[in-house]
Design a binder for this molecule. Structure first.
Ligand SMILES: Nc1nc2c(c(=O)[nH]1)N[C@H]1C(S)=C(S)[C@@H](COP(=O)(O)O)O[C@H]1N2
Ligand SMILES: [Mo]
Length: 257
C-alpha cells in the first residue's frame, strides 16, 4: 500500500496497536442444487465485467515455501459472544451463511453445503494497512458460485458481509463488523469464502468457520466470521453509510492494492 496519507492516518488512528512483524481448480460437487450454477456464474461474471470495466487481473500467488511460519491474527481474535462460543463447542455444525437482499433465490447454506461446492486453493499475501504482510494458503468456495446460486437481480451492485463479532461503537450497542465489495470484486476468481488456512480448518483467530478472501484487497476488506451476505444497490443507509466498519471510521471504501 503506497498511499502515504492513508498510512499516516492509520498510524495515528491505531497508535499503540504495536505493529509487530512475524516471519512471514475446481472439483465438481455432487449436490443436486449445484446443477446449473456454473452457467449462471458465466452470466454473472459477464454482467459484472460489463458494469465495472477491465478488472480481471489476478493477485500474485506464491509457492508453499513462501508461507509464513506464523500468520499474524489481527482485529477480532475471538468474537467472544455466547452464541459464537456455542458454535465453537459444536464444531460449527449449525453455522449458516445466508445470501439475502437483491437475489431471486435467497440462500442459507450450512458449512457442509458450502464445502460441497467446488473449491479453489490459493497462496497469497495479506497486506494490512497497519504495515504488515503475511503469506498464507487459503481454500474455499468461490463467492461467484454462491452468488450465482442465489441469482442476483439486475440492480444488485454490492455484496455486504455481516460478521459475528461485536465491535464497540459509541451510541450503538448492537454493532458488528461488516464490509462490502462491488460485484466485480465479489465474482473475481480469487474471491473465495475460505474455510481452510494452511491446510487446516480455519482457526478462530482467523475467522472460523468461514471468512472472505478477496486477494486484490487490503486486510480490512477480508471479513472474518461471515454469517450473511446481503446484495444491495447502495450501502449509504447501512450503519455509518460508508460500506464497512473501518470505512465508517475513515478508511477509504476502495481497498485495492
Ligand atoms: N469480522 C472481522 N473481520 C476482520 C477484522 C475484524 O476485526 N473482524 N479485521 C480485519 C483486518 S484489519 C485484518 S488485517 C484482517 C486480519 O485477518 P487475520 O486475523 O486472519 O490476520 O481481518 C480483517 N477482517
Ligand atoms: Mo488490517
Amino acid at each position: 500500500m503506497a498511499d502515504q496519507s492513508r498510512r499516516t492516518f492509520v498510524g495515528r488512528a491505531l497508535a499503540g496497536a504495536g505493529a509487530l512483524m512475524l516471519g512471514g481448480c475446481y472439483d465438481l460437487s455432487q449436490k443436486k442444487w449445484v446443477t446449473g450454477i456454473l452457467g449462471e456464474v458465466e452470466n454473472l461474471t459477464r454482467r459484472a465485467q460489463h458494469l465495472f470495466a477491465g478488472q480481471h487481473t489476478l493477485a500474485p500467488e506464491y509457492a508453499k515455501s513462501d508461507i509464513a511460519p506464523v500468520f499474524r491474527a489481527n482485529g477480532t481474535r475471538d468474537p467472544g459472544t455466547q452464541e459464537y462460543a456455542a458454535h465453537v463447542a459444536t464444531g460449527f455444525v449449525d453455522w449458516r451463511i445466508a445470501v439475502t437482499g437483491l437475489v431471486e433465490k435467497p440462500l442459507s447454506l450450512s458449512m457442509s453445503e458450502l464445502k460441497a461446492l467446488p473449491s479453489r486453493t490459493q497462496i497469497t499475501r495479506h497486506d494490512c494497512v497497519e504495515g504488515w504482510s503475511c503469506i498464507g494458503e487459503w481454500k474455499g468456495t468461490p463467492l461467484a458460485l454462491v452468488l450465482a446460486a442465489a441469482k442476483p437481480k439486475p440492480n444488485a451492485r454490492y455484496a455486504v458481509f455481516y460478521c459475528a463479532d461485536p465491535m464497540t461503537v459509541e451510541g450503538d450497542p448492537d454493532h458488528y463488523y461488516y464490509e462490502s465489495l462491488d460485484l466485480a470484486e465479489a465474482v473475481h476468481p480469487q474471491t473465495i469464502l475460505a474455510y481452510e488456512m494452511n491446510g487446516e480448518a480455519l482457526p478462530v483467530a482467523h475467522g472460523a468457520p468461514v471468512r472472505l478472501r478477496a486477494e486484490r484487497q487490503l486486510g480490512y476488506k477480508q471479513p472474518k466470521y461471515v454469517q450473511r451476505i446481503d446484495l444491495v444497490e447502495d450501502f449509504s443507509r447501512i450503519a455509518g453509510g460508508k460500506g464497512g466498519y473501518w470505512e465508517d471510521l475513515g478508511y477509504t471504501w476502495y481497498g485495492g492494492i
